[in-house]
Design a protein around this ligand. Sequence first.
Ligand SMILES: [Zn+2]
Length: 430
Amino acid sequence: MLKEFWNPEAETMPLNELKELQLKRLKKLIQYVYDNNKFYNKKLRDSNIKPGDIKTLKDIEKLPFLTKQDLREFYPFGLVCTQLDDIVEVHASSGTTGKPVVGPYTRNDVDLWGEVMARSLYANGLMKNDVMQNSYGYGLFTGAHGFEKGAQKIGAMVVTISSGNTKRQINLMKDFGTTALACTPSYSMYMAEVAEEMGFDPKKDFKLKIGCFGAEAWSEEMRSNIEKRWGIIAHEHYGLTEIIGPGVVSECKSKKLHVNADHFYTEVIDSATGETLPPGEEGELVYTTLTKEAFPALRFRTKDLAVYYEDICECGRTLPYQSRIKGRSDDMMKVKGVIVFPSQIEAALLKVDGVSNNYQIIKTKKGSITSLSVEVEPTESRYKEGHLDDLEKQTEDEIYSVLNLHVPVKTIEPKTIPRSTGKAKRVIER
Ligand SMILES: [Zn+2]
């Protein structure tokens, strides 16, 4: 018989037992980093913390945060708690805003990654008999590797195609009978566009049933567009190089993002004060890795805004869950006193009939004043109808109803915005 959860013991552990386990692991972790890493040792001593001071989970709040700044300072291996010789795999972020973040893994860390990714993909419905087309870019980036490890652990067939060469993707999808697609959400939409150009009907001509999407911010409206266009269920994946890569959460059938909390301890804090907020309140996610060896993260500030819940989920998992990321505080724009996240604009655009999922937000800065405008491609059929000023007006009204802000919208000819095979560039600065 098929099991309902990948790891029933961990995924359905009563919350009080889970918290006991977390505390046990946290105590062990503090002793471990104190004994094995100069930076952590100094950081703890500077805050007057000795490993024995951690007696309850709440005591974690006494510990200092770990920030991206710290990671840059100790680039590349300054935070490693094992011998360099024990590291068997290394990943890194793209480093577009400075030095890359390096993620080193021991053999046990690699196994842990496979385990949490297997939980996550199994929760999406990926089984042994599935064929997963892995169209995340292979390379230093964690994405493709995490998905591969998890899917192989389940026993699914992994097609290691990487991103790009989209016509070939479509042909292989057909020939190999792909049932699950792993890539960025925007790339899945571009694939659908190419499949249609090649004369296929994405809904009918393939065996695809599951989408495992992540690595970029996407709205619920985008999710439902992808689901309709491909005729699949689209799942969100979330993770960070600093924590383990993808696999921090598992999205279940009820589309709740369960944190793999036996390995990753979550806090939500007020970004401004650093104070920990109770479950149910929105704030910045902070994670502590409870079991990693090479590079444990202690209270890492993610800059991602979300809500954390300890409520019951109908799927049967008892693991706490978090909301989808509202926006990275880095992506946040302040326009005429209004806080704007790109995903809010996306959500408004996709509510308008005749607007496609291809858009760009143009951010212009004049002195200290930021202004926004949007360029969007209508669908082919809507473009042919003409009267595009009506569509522009309608879209501006929709954005206004969400943000209470007037953002000018310009329609442009279909297929003029560059397509991405990885993370889509939605905000352009001019
Ligand atoms: Zn659930």
